[in-house]
Design a protein. Structure first.
Length: 80
């Protein structure tokens, strides 16, 4: 969906261990979710909501917030 934008980094999915993957994210607003039509960063996992979290990336900061998911958000296994 963001093919013309420059990759700012990668979301690394660690669980389950046999399916470790890297998913790119971009400068600006990124919607993380499992829906290819609703999310800009697509994670193929049924524990992820269609629109799960918002990641805003600027040259100075990254802000992650839950947008109504059932399971919350975690960074390095911490958070809710």
């Amino acid at each position: 969906m963001n093919k013309s934008k420059e990759v700012a980094g990668y979301l690394v999915i660690l669980a389950p261990p046999e399916l470790v993957s890297r998913v790119p994210f971009y400068m600006g607003e990124n919607i993380i979710g499992r829906s290819e039509s609703k999310a800009t960063v697509v994670v193929k996992d049924f524990s992820i909501s269609q629109k799960h979290a918002r990641l805003i990336v600027t040259p100075q900061t990254m802000t992650l917030s839950d947008i109504g998911s059932k399971n919350g958000v975690k960074i390095n296994s911490e958070g809710n």
